[in-house]
Design a protein around this ligand. Structure first.
Ligand SMILES: [Zn+2]
Length: 208
């Protein structure tokens, strides 16, 4: 195993332990990945428990989402990872989680986006230096046809190059960054803000 692959595999395993431990990747849900080379990604294989990943539970793919390791089953959502690596060369890690808060908030939010404003923690997102700006998180309707879902996501990404992540309704979050640490920081920030949004909604007794 190459040093870089070993290093990235270790990061993916640690990310899984952390995200599972926080309750954001229950059971075999979620997928994590890292950029292995300019034209390759390393992703979690399908169906593994994310708190108990081992060194064999990752596989290399090209940026069209094709497995480069016959015999290992890529996740159904591989293309949603690789489209991000193909979109921007500086993206080095992508995390997809299935938290309760992301699931519930995306179901309760009408329309196709969540607008976040006045949260101090918005500064955890890449390129955001003040709480005063607005962070827009698009919400795409869930679709078991991943190629069709990816074709919904791509125009949004192209039109919003600073997008820090997106939600799939009733399903979960995608976020990314140059390194695994950046992507993990953004998952934590999103989860904090999602929980605040839901608490505010329940205290107000209404929807957003
Ligand atoms: Zn998923």
């Amino acid at each position: 195993m190459s040093d870089i692959r070993e290093h990235l595999t270790r990061q993916i395993i640690e990310a899984g332990r952390f995200l599972y431990g926080r309750g954001w990747s229950p059971a075999t849900s979620s997928n994590y990945s890292a950029r292995l080379a300019a034209d390759r990604a390393l992703l979690t294989v399908s169906g593994k428990h994310k708190g108990q990943l081992g060194v064999d539970d990752v596989l290399a793919t090209d940026l069209a989402g094709n497995s480069l390791e016959p015999g290992k089953k890529p996740s159904a959502e591989t293309l949603l990872h690789t489209q991000l690596y193909a979109w921007r060369a500086e993206i080095g890690a992508v995390l997809h989680t299935h938290s309760v808060n992301a699931t519930v908030l995306s179901r309760l939010t009408p329309g196709d986006r969540l607008e976040l404003q006045d949260y101090e923690l918005q500064k955890a997102f890449a390129g955001v230096s003040t709480h005063e700006g607005r962070v827009t998180v698009p919400i795409f309707d869930n679709d078991q046809d991943i190629a069709r879902l990816a074709s919904q996501v791509q125009p949004w990404l192209d039109a919003h190059p600073d997008c820090p992540g997106y939600l799939i309704r009733g399903h979960g979050l995608y976020t990314w960054g140059p390194r695994m640490d950046d992507a993990l920081r953004q998952v934590e920030a999103f989860e904090f803000i999602f929980e605040c949004e839901l608490k505010e909604m329940s205290l107000r007794g209404g929807t957003r």
